[in-house]
Design a protein around this ligand. Structure first.
Ligand code: FAD
Length: 408
């Protein structure tokens, strides 16, 4: 029987240190520049691709780590390096997971490698679900996919928003409504191959944080994709829709759903990103507090400062433990009976917001300037309580799961 341990094994430590080296030597020095430019840091992604950190193989290896810690460990180190560049590096993974979760083996083999490209010709991918009127309430989605049987093609129309890498990606994965009567049960996911006519980038957003990551609207106008681009295939979709219609009839009402219960297993990865940003800010604050002198002594000599650092460190460690627990549960097939995935994302993202704000305070005036990285980290941390389900939605998921009540 496997011994209980909370230590990373030797292989994991080696990978962690390798990613940390890239984060410290390549990402951190580039972070301020790409934050100011508000552009995708292609040269950094290319460097990551050259050494294998931006590659399907690497993420597959981490994903299949039997302890479940490969992905959170990777995310923490990359986002310790920089959150904006980190999201540019791992954003493709969102679309890849969309295909891995719903695609056939053939679709996975065809499309996922194309999402990454290779070190000489790096590509990005985008996952497009959110819409202007369908954020937390995924069931309000309006983008339609209609099947043209004569041509065996799907025709997509609608506007997606907030898509990471939207419009600059090669492959786009688009979630669309195939049966509006069924709420989110009537949704399906489609591959839109590179260069498909009718798909265009809309507004590119100027953001508060993670500015090195591209976020944009994606407009779909009579976008035609071949039948084989429906993830999972037509037979499986027809069976799923038939089952959902049957259930809707027997429930006597339209099937209702919201973003709530989805993504439970992917949320710890976002929690790990938040832990990375929080740890980075905490380390900056600790260093500063040791060296900055006021009233003839280092500011850390004041309990008011030292206790803040003690709380910051405690909360970061607690967040990591929740993230690791949820990741281990997801990998070992344990059911999330108390929404442990949402718990980890909720706690880690709120911790990152709090800890980065405290770091700004500990650095005083310097913390408020772009001369020091905590200002950027504080802006970056604000995203974690918003994407992949806001903190309020995480609380709804947890409250409903632990109570069994339809809390609104
Ligand atoms: C930088 C960035 C990158 C993103 N990347 C992607 C991406 O790649 N692909 C993609 O599909 N999406 C992406 N998103 C979208 C993101 O997932 C949504 O922004 C998020 O789900 C929230 O939706 P919304 O912005 O419409 O907010 P809303 O749903 O309108 O929420 C507004 C406020 O109301 C609260 N609220 C809503 N409903 C309830 C409720 N029932 N109870 C209590 N409070 C509630 C929310 O918590 C929030 O505080 C990204 C967003 C950003 C900002």
């Amino acid at each position: 029987m496997a011994e209980f341990t909370m230590e990373l094994n030797e292989d994991q430590r080696e990978v962690r240190d390798w990613i940390h080296g890239f984060a410290a030597d390549v990402m951190r020095p580039a972070a301020a520049e790409w934050d100011e430019r508000e552009e995708t840091p292609w040269p950094v992604i290319q460097e990551a691709a050259k050494i294998g950190i931006y590659s399907l193989d690497f993420y597959a290896q981490q994903f299949f780590d039997p302890t479940g810690l490969g992905i959170p460990m990777t995310m923490e180190e990359l986002f310790w390096g920089d959150a904006g560049i980190g999201l540019s590096i791992v954003g493709t993974g969102l679309a890849a997971v969309g295909v891995l979760a719903n695609g056939t083996e053939e679709q996975i083999g065809t499309w996922v490698p194309q999402m990454y490209g290779d070190a000489d010709d790096v590509k990005l991918a985008a996952f497009c679900s959110s819409e202007p009127d369908a954020g937390s309430d995924v069931a309000a989605m309006r983008t339609r996919a209609v099947y043209d049987e004569a041509k065996d093609e799907w025709v997509l129309n609608g506007t997606k928003t907030w898509a990471t890498n939207g419009g600059i990606a090669g492959v786009h994965v688009v979630v669309a409504v195939v049966d509006p009567e069924l709420g989110s049960k009537g949704h399906a996911s489609f591959i839109v191959p590179p260069g498909t006519p009718g798909l265009a980038q809309g507004q590119k957003f100027k953001k508060h944080g993670i500015r090195a990551s591209h976020t944009a609207e994606v407009v779909l106008e009579d976008v035609r994709v071949p039948g084989h681009c429906l993830l999972g295939g037509k037979d499986k979709l027809d069976e799923r829709l038939a089952r959902a219609r049957e259930r809707a009839r027997s429930d006597g009402e339209r099937v209702k759903n919201a973003a709530m219960a989805t993504f439970e297993a992917s949320r710890p990865a976002v929690g790990a990103m938040a832990v990375g940003t929080a740890r980075a800010a905490y380390e900056e604050a600790l260093d500063y507090a040791r060296t900055r002198t006021q009233f003839g002594r280092p500011i850390i000599d004041n309990q008011g400062v030292a206790f803040q650092l003690a709380d910051m460190r405690t909360q970061i460690d607690a967040a990591r433990l929740l993230v690791w627990r949820a990741s281990w549960m997801a990998t070992t097939g344990k059911p999330f009976t108390s929404a442990e995935g949402s718990m980890s994302k909720l706690f880690a993202s709120e911790t990152a917001k709090k800890v980065t704000a405290q770091a700004v305070q500990i650095l005083g005036g310097n913390g408020f300037t772009r001369e020091y990285p905590v200002e950027r980290m504080h802006r970056d941390a604000a995203i974690y309580t918003i994407f992949e389900g806001t903190s309020e939605i995480q609380r709804l998921v947890i409250a409903r799961t632990v109570s069994g009540m339809p809390i609104r």
